[in-house]
Design a binder for this molecule. Structure first.
Ligand code: AMP
Ligand code: GLY
Length: 416
């Protein structure tokens, strides 16, 4: 199978790595990719946001499957353009991707499907904003309605800060605060059949101890030893299947990856958000544990034949990923710094630990930083403690001036 992956982050590197290990994949391409993806796939300098250009590239390559990684191209309709060219595409249509593209739309779908989520108001005027903030009280949860790369959400006890963010958003969702641990549960779906993956936990805040600003995610681990083993079945029955059924009922079936961001509250599981694509960095740990070859599963979803898919197989291994971010991430990350130590990780830590590139590019013989989240070091082990140790050993070999990473990824779950 010839496969084209669209995107260029660590999630796409993880996808390309898994696809490159799949014996069914005969050719692997990526656009635009990054320095690390270039080692496992052929790169093409095509704009991921340009549906016509992506469809043309897929046609020229005779791709038999296109996998669209990030949310922005999905919300822009890139998957529709690929399908219109007659090529199976893993990723939802523009209309179905609104589940991530508009938080207000997601709330409306959840209400119709009776999916448990935080109570919320959609506000557009200063009066509505003040009323909603007053109704819920602190801590305030204020979400930009549209896509904001993980930075549109402010959770704060400070009323003035909550108000300021809300006013800056235009259309804004203000909602009830959910406490309790968070879980990311992904499901692959063809619009009808839903196949859950293994749960993971993400670390959204920039600094140790969940301090600092929200980011796109600073690390992740899987499995979750503390979680109720029945949780996945419960979320399937109460969240994932009803949401997929509701979108199909509306005539806008969701096929691709449905990501449920969940809070495990004292009153039960609640949806914090939906995403319309694989999560980053959770994908790095979920795919590290997936034993079933990936391409066939994604193709079945893309072709509407997920009902024939055999159950997924998972390794007993645990996986931990630690994101290395550039100086000043998430505010105004500095780029263009050389990254050293990548060869050392490959020589000394593989195959148990490896580097997945995010914001990197090649400059002459060197690899330099090219984004906020620069790379994620992923490691597996017999348990979380061993995976953690291997991940941090590899992180310590990487030298990037001014870089930052959290030191407490999976610490609590590993019982340390
Ligand atoms: P989102 O972009 O919706 O995932 O929000 C980013 C992060 O903000 C989440 O991972 C949570 O940590 C936090 N958050 C979002 N909504 C809520 C909520 N209703 N209550 C508490 N924390 C929230
Ligand atoms: N890790 C959070 C996200 O992918 O949105």
């Amino acid at each position: 199978m010839k496969v084209l992956v669209i995107g260029g982050g660590a999630r796409e590197h993880a996808l390309c790595r898994s696809l490159s290990l799949d014996p069914d994949v005969t050719a692997l391409h990526c656009a635009p990719g990054n320095a690390g993806i270039g080692e496992v796939a052929q790169l093409h300098p095509v704009d991921a946001m340009d549906g016509a250009a992506v469809a043309l590239l897929a046609t020229e390559l005779a791709a038999e499957l296109v996998v669209v990684g990030p949310e922005a191209p999905l919300v822009a309709g890139v998957a529709d353009a690929v399908r219109a060219a007659g090529i199976p595409c893993f990723g939802p249509s523009r209309e179905a991707a609104e589940l991530e593209g508009s938080k207000a739309f997601a709330k409306e779908v959840m209400a119709a499907a009776e999916v448990p989520t935080a109570r919320s108001y959609v506000c557009t005027t200063p009066e509505e904003i003040d009323e909603a903030l007053d109704a819920f009280g602190a801590p305030y949860v204020v979400k930009d309605d549209g896509l904001a790369a993980g930075k549109g959400v402010v959770v704060t006890d400070d009323l003035a800060a909550a108000r300021e963010h809300a006013l800056a958003c235009g259309r804004v969702v203000i909602e009830e605060f959910l406490d309790g641990p968070e879980v990311s549960l992904f499901a692959i779906t063809d619009g009808e059949t839903v196949l859950p993956l293994t749960p993971a936990q993400d670390f959204k805040r920039a600094l140790d101890g969940d301090a600092g600003p929200n980011t796109g995610g600073m690390g992740a681990y899987s499995p979750l030893p503390w979680a109720d083993p029945k949780m996945v079945d419960h979320v399937m029955a109460n969240v994932l299947q009803p949401t997929v059924d509701e979108l199909r009922r509306r005539g806008t079936p969701f096929s691709g990856l449905l990501y449920a961001g969940l809070a495990i509250t004292s009153r039960g599981v609640r949806v914090i958000e939906f995403n319309a694509r694989f999560g980053d960095p959770e994908t790095q740990v979920v795919l590290a544990r997936l034993q079933t070859p990936l391409a066939g599963v994604l193709l079945n979803a893309a072709q509407g034949t997920l009902d024939v898919q055999l159950p997924l197989r998972w390794r007993d291994d645990a996986a931990v990923t630690v994101v290395v971010a550039s100086h000043n991430y998430p505010d105004t990350p500095r780029t263009g710094d050389p990254i050293e130590g990548l060869d050392e990780v490959a020589a000394k830590d593989a195959p148990h630990a490896y580097v997945l590139h995010a914001g990197t590019r090649r400059e002459g013989g060197a690899v330099v930083s090219a984004g906020g989240r620069v790379l994620s070091v992923t490691a597996t082990g017999k348990d979380l403690a061993q995976a953690r140790e291997r991940a941090y050993t590899a992180v310590a070999r990487i030298r990037l001036d001014g870089s930052q990473h959290r030191t407490d990824i999976a610490r609590k779950a590993a019982g340390e």
